[in-house]
Design a protein. Structure first.
Lengths: 364, 364
DNA sequence: ATGAAAGCGCTAACAA
DNA sequence: TTGTTAGCGCTTTCAT
């Protein structure tokens, strides 16, 4: 009924506890029949070694457990990343503890504390805003930390990010190349590093074309689908509305898409009319979406590779765990502009009323 | 440099190790100044209790660790479910170990063994095919198991599923109601329980209308996007092709959608023509997709609620952990048919060639 | 080739 | 209120 221990197995096999330990650990120097006797007892009792007790005594090998702390495990980007990290861990006989921070520093600290208290061998973290000094003691005690997706404010550790700024710059340059000059920026919380970078890329692109951002066209802090919808509705009500739009993450893109259809009905009803009308303005979004290419028009996006981000981070972490003490590495992966059609529409004729958008310009 | 222990804190604070233990555990009956002294030493040394060592001695409270074993953490359904389980765990001060089985019984056993060896308090498992007798010893030792998404073949434990059969029946009945009689079934591996259930629902619906399945229209074992594409291309080349189609999961739906556009070009190119043409046949898919309502026509789907599945499973598990010894519960959640438009197209006129599909019927 | 003793970091059960 | 002893399940070290 209770979980059997080595002692139980030893009694059942008529040997000492130490002999069982040797058999279970495959230590050479045990006679073959003793091995057989013990293994049989192990099977008969359904014995399984208590890894936590083992790790308490033998710390040479660590706990074979790593911690993964992401913003939101349900976000497809992090889910893909988590899967790829888990695969790398599994290959190395490690298990992974996961936790979502919800972008709350408080929860991040709780989760990380729970993980280090369980003696994880290393941590892969999507850091929230704010100081990460609290990680220092764990790091000094020998727990390596790798940051992913964004750097930690005040931590000089291995970091894997994508070139957000460059990706955004490409996206906006692309829109400029199609004749747009009034390009809106819709972004998430500006205190999130990726969002600052993407906004910087937006500005880069504009200024490279001798333009500067019109503050009226810039919206930060969009946290949800409906907020993005309202922001766009707002933008379209402007006297001089934008002809193109850069959306700075997938959630915002989704919201924006819903607002596109019907400016007079901002509750994004699921009705049949919703998809019938084409997009009224050019749009490029950061992050690819599964059905993006099947929209009307197909959605042009900046795509990043979460699997590569994850496996790179895992490789870095495991080499640290293996003892690599070299200087922290900063890996920046590239993004890819996937041109489909929504970003290739040419600019609207200016001065046109916004609440009844014209049909899309024919794309040659 | 090394991780400090209670002994270190005791020395630093000039008290006994036991006093430190009491302070750290908030045991009442320690004088306020002693508490203060110890807490200061704790802070100064950056002490954190070793939870694994604690759990070794004090097993009343368990390890506050649960294991979650899914098919594929990158699958949006499981990612959402995992997030909701993690939230429930976090609320209760628990951490969660996750692992993907990739639907391989071997890997499932490895992952579960790694989890139980770490003394998890309970397990939430999406079981692969085959026997799960290997779980019995862990269960007898007091580790509760909850199955999600599908039942384990030979395990009578709490199980949370959705009514796959009913959902599929509704979907196909819906197509029948729009005049379709030649309805294709495209499914994943038939040895996966959900797929068998959905196929059964397909048959239910047909026979309720006095029809029986045409084996030529049924394809099982579609494991990937391209396989689904080819299967559909095949179906359309039939002398008497189907006028409607039920796709039994999201991956297959995605593949099918790509094959819809251009029967002559089955490599699903990302080009501009891709989205221009409407769907040639009626389609209902199992599993909702983020942009489903924005397709042309909007995609009708059977949707399930992964968050509800996850939180239900978590609730069950935690009440078992809390000591509930009642009979195993089988929770079956309902699905919802989301009628958008792809499933509401009326049947093609029979005898019409399939490779140049007509335009969609106008929807009232 | 096998076993006995000590101890990993902590807490339960006792003293004092 | 505080400290001492024993021991959780295992591995190390040192016998035999």
């Amino acid at each position: 009924m209770k979980r059997p221990t080595m002692k139980d197995v030893a009694e059942a096999a008529g040997v000492s506890l130490m002999t069982v330990s040797r058999v279970v650990s495959h230590t050479p120097g045990v006679s073959p029949d003793t091995v057989a006797k013990v293994e049989q007892a192990v099977r008969r009792l359904g014995y399984q070694r208590n890894v936590n007790a083992r790790n308490l005594r033998q710390k040479r090998l660590g706990t074979s457990t790593i911690g993964l702390v992401v913003d939101d495990l349900a976000n497809p980007f992090y889910a893909l990343m988590a899967r790829s990290i888990e695969d790398e861990a599994h290959r190395r006989g490690c298990v992974v503890l996961v936790g979502s921070t919800n972008d709350e520093p408080r929860r991040e600290r709780e989760v990380i504390a729970a993980f280090t208290a369980r003696q994880v061998d290393g941590l892969i973290v999507v850091p929230t805003i704010g100081s990460h000094g609290f990680l220092r003691s764990a790091m000094e005690a020998g727990t390596p930390v790798v940051c992913v997706d964004r750097p930690a404010e005040d931590l000089d550790v291995d970091t894997v990010t994508v070139d957000n700024r460059d990706g955004a710059r490409h996206a906006v340059t692309h829109l400029l190349g199609h004749g747009h000059t009034r390009i809106a920026y819709l972004g998430d919380r500006y205190d999130i590093w990726t969002q600052r970078e993407r906004y910087a890329g937006y500005l880069d692109a504009l200024s490279a074309h001798g333009l500067s951002a019109d503050p009226a066209l810039v919206r930060h802090g969009l946290r949800s689908h409906p907020e993005a919808r309202f922001a766009l509705a707002d933008l379209r009500a402007l006297a001089d509305p934008p002809t193109a739009l850069f959306s700075s993450n997938d959630l915002i893109t989704l919201g924006v898409l819903d607002a596109m259809d019907d400016p007079d009905d901002p509750d994004g009803s699921d009705g049949p009319r919703a998809a019938a009308r084409p997009l009224p303005m050019a749009i490029v979004g950061f992050d690819d979406l599964p059905l993006a290419k099947r929209l009307d028009p197909p959605l042009t996006v900046v795509s990043q590779d979460p699997v590569a981000v994850g496996s790179t981070a895992a490789s870095l972490l495991f080499s640290r765990i293996a003892g690599d003490r070299s200087a922290p590495r900063k890996v920046i992966l590239l993004t890819r502009l996937v041109e489909r059609r929504s970003g290739e529409r040419t600019a609207h004729r200016p001065g046109r009323p916004a609440h009844r958008p014209e049909l899309p310009a024919a794309s040659s």
